[in-house]
Write a protein that binds this ligand. Structure first.
Ligand code: GDP
Ligand code: IMO
Ligand code: MG
Length: 426
């Protein structure tokens, strides 16, 4: 197997960072394909926590080449800050990092607009990192790309055109339009810092795949936040699903050998939008506290709920999942009863499908399972788990008709039960 996609199967934060880090011990390249600094991927190694937002989660493995594909949006200051922090840890990330010269750039006015909109009644609970407005500029054909930092004169001309377009919006939202000079000054040094890393990453990735290198494609966000297939309009602004890896990196679908979907044994969501299995009260508080469910980018408490199997089946279908890595099973220990949503009651009857656009009219139908009281976070094999925990994960597997490849039982690398590995020969 050479090309493997790791994709979020819920509303993000499923543990993609942890799993990518684990798989990277067998990978030569790790390539991010979508999203930007709205992502926060957490790696825990030897008890130490590292959160990356733009740098791919393979960076802690010294041999892997890490790539930001052109489907991502890059805030140069955030990326340089991350690289400097990793540098200070002695990881020399710049030696192993390539960034798409055609990736679009998040500038001060994108962050300004994102923040101003979030202060209005049209807010959807974004991360306010300027990601949405940057993708808007890309679609409007007035975006700035990293390659534009090669000429200050050209960059200023492009920023001037973008500001002309954004000016009325900024004013209408009560903001002050920044000057071209202020915008360019703000990002210039970071942009210059990144120039040596710029590359044709589509060609580079294809060459790696042709040479039978093992390439991991690291998704950001999750299936239910996908711009086309998520719970619109409460979604992000890019193609988070597995198909996004091909367009976001610039490789053909025939290059993909396997797709692994990430899902928690429960469910979380940050920001607004429907969440049918959402919980409130003591059980929610317990899961949030034990699972440390606070946003890694914004620090917002994550909304928590029971695992949603119609939603997971939807993710299996949309991503063509070959397997599921199920995370955070340990967090459910100590609950008397665990629930799984198996279907929805809708005005038109009961369905096992996920009605992404009509969730408000749906009531989840639950199946209850006895909980388990033992700490499972040190188990090495599935059969070391209590029967109740095993029954629960096997039920999920059979209901969504997709085999489990990982059961994760803690944030650490070692707290992982690997059932099959997409990059290891059988
Ligand atoms: P990502 O955005 O998908 O990479 O996920 P985040 O890093 O935003 O959030 C997942 C959080 O859960 C991080 O704090 C991880 O360290 C943590 N985590 C991952 N897997 C497990 C697990 O199996 N058990 C527990 N308790 N924590 C986990
Ligand atoms: P990772 O990669 C969870 C959510 C925001 C908001 C919506 C739109 O860590 O899983 P945006 O800033 O993208 O315009 O916000 O998407 N969101 C995420 N939620 N994990 C993420 O990334 C997210 N990235 C965006 O909370 O609801
Ligand atoms: Mg996250």
């Amino acid at each position: 197997m050479a090309g493997v996609i790791i994709v979020g199967a819920q509303w993000g934060d499923e543990g993609k960072g942890k799993v990518v880090d684990i798989y990277t011990d067998e990978a030569d390249y790790v390539v991010r394909y979508a999203g930007g600094p709205n992502a926060g991927h957490t790696l825990v190694v030897n008890g130490e926590k590292v959160v990356v937002r733009l740098v791919p989660s393979g960076i802690l493995r010294r041999d892997a080449i890490c790539v930001l594909g052109q489907g991502t949006v890059v805030d140069p200051k955030v990326l340089v800050g991350e690289l400097d922090t990793l540098d200070a840890r002695g990881l020399s990330p710049r030696d192993r990092m390539k960034v798409a010269e055609r990736a679009h750039v998040i500038l001060a006015y994108h962050i300004l607009v994102d923040g101003l909109r979030e202060a209005t009644s049209a807010a959807i609970g974004t991360t306010k990192r300027g990601v949405g407005p940057c993708y808007e500029d890309k679609a409007a054909r007035r975006g700035i790309r990293l390659r534009d930092f090669r000429s200050r004169v050209d960059l200023e001309a492009r920023v001037s055109r973008a500001l002309e377009a954004w000016g009325p919006t900024i004013v209408a939202l009560g903001g002050t339009v920044p000057t071209v000079e202020a915008v360019v000054d703000d990002a210039w040094d970071a942009g210059q810092n990144l120039l040596p890393l710029l590359a044709d990453t589509a060609a580079l990735t294809e060459a790696a795949l042709k040479a039978r290198k093992r390439v991991l494609f690291e998704g950001a966000q999750g299936t239910l936040l996908d711009i086309d297939h998520g719970t619109y309009p409460y979604v992000t602004s890019s193609s988070a699903i597995a198909g996004g890896a091909c367009t976001g990196v610039g490789i053909g679908p025939s290059r993909i050998d396997a797709v692994v979907g990430l899902a928690k044994a429960y469910c979380t969501r940050v920001g607004g939008g429907p969440f049918p299995t959402e919980l409130e009260g003591p059980v929610a508080d317990r899961i949030r506290t034990i699972g440390a469910e606070f946003g890694s980018v914004t620090g917002r408490p994550r909304r928590v709920g029971w695992v949603d199997l119609p939603a997971l089946r939807y993710a299996v279908r949309l991503n063509g999942l070959d397997s599921i890595a199920l995370t955070k099973l340990d967090v459910l220990a100590g609950l008397e009863t665990i629930r799984a949503c198996v279907a929805y009651d809708t005005p038109n009857g009961r369905t096992r499908d996920f009605p992404a656009d009509d969730l408000e009219a749906c009531t989840p139908v639950y199946q209850d399972f006895p909980g388990f009281s033992q700490d499972v976070s040190n188990a090495k094999h599935l059969d070391e788990l209590p029967k109740e925990a095993r029954d629960f994960v096997r039920f999920i597997e059979s209901e969504v008709e997709c085999p489990l490849s990982i059961v994760s039982i803690g944030p650490g690398r070692e707290q992982t039960i690997i059932l099959s590995h997409p990059l290891r020969p059988e």
